[in-house]
Ligand binder design. Sequence first.
Ligand code: AMP
Ligand code: MG
Length: 416
Amino acid sequence: MLPVAEAEAKILNLVQPLQSPQDVERVEIGAAVGRVLAAPISSPLDFPHWDNSAMDGFAVRHADVAGCSAEHPAALQIVEEIPAGKVPQQTVQPGEAARILTGAMMPTGADTVVMQEVTRREGDRLQIFSAPQPQEFVRHRGDYHRAGDVLLAPGVVLTPSEIAVLAAAQNAQVPVYRRVRVAVLSTGDELVPPGQPLKLGQIVDSNQSAICAAIAQIGAVPIPLGCVSDTPEALRQAITHARTQADVVISSGGVSVGDYDYVEEILQALGGTLHIRAVAIKPGKPLTVATFAPPDATLYFGLPGNPVSALVTFWRFVQPALRKLAGQAGGYHPAWVWGRSPQSLRADGKRETYLWGRLTSTAQGFEFTLAGGSHSSGNLINLAQTNALAMLPVGHLQIAAGEAIAILPIAPLTRH
Ligand code: AMP
Ligand code: MG
């Protein structure tokens, strides 16, 4: 059976990321958070654009104030007021100062800002009681970045920090990759959409809602295509239709070795290439991955039907692939953290095992608490309210209490 790391590498290798220019759109900067930047961003201006003050105070010539102290204050004449947004009109001459506010342009002649807390002003007369360092509190033109430098590279996921740079570089609209479209199917004769009465033997199709939510959460567009019955013909039709709708198709169920598990057979009959049929992971062993040749070039994930298996394989394998496909230049690999569990954790040692629980941040580092209740891959109830998966590598029957363990966050962390 394929080890998890090999499956991960194989899947990421199959991904053809969105391309410029055909997959690029422009969005308003107000709608750009979370999107993936599709072109390099630079500015014709230096940052800062001109020398300016980092403080409310007085712009002076350092030579005038170098030796001053509380006992021997420097005495200067104030020649101008410079609020932010005003272009200074005067040159500061020896013996002179200009009142200056934070972010205002430095006047020519001055090289240093004295903060107002160490001064006393009476009309146009200024006394300074503490000698500043040369150039103190001056933000010089080009200190942060030079005109023409690449400020942001394509492939960056836009957060408020990058949005600030985009705005400062005059991008009212932002070139981003279009959102990845992901069609979602559920296979199984026993499945009924949520909200409908159940007959004996039926269960609710919870996977479709869960997988669509996971897709939306990472900024892709879920396209729910409903439930498909366990017949080759129904599956053939559903998969054929799904391929026309999306970049990626995800189904759940029908990939085990049961008599009604037709997904692999149909993928092959439709001309798909099967790359993965099983992975040494628990839960989630029967993961199936296939590709179809262009023109549609669909990437196909057949996730196992058990609700926990479906989500665990989504987080572990599908999510990184969707992020790479979306144009992300990096950062799409799972972001492991290291922590400890106050109780020992057990596995069968045969497959890489994922145990769900709660990750908290403590003064001693991350702490993982195993979810109570059954750790069956069919138990979707105790997966709720968890935020992390602890990973036990192949060959490990137990990780002792307090021993370091790799943990995959799946939802925001909480504090103790
Ligand atoms: P399968 O992989 O089709 O054999 O399904 C494995 C288990 O997962 C069975 O107990 C199914 O009833 C259950 N299952 C399959 N699909 C879904 C779904 N969409 N929602 C909830 N449970 C499902
Ligand atoms: Mg089934």
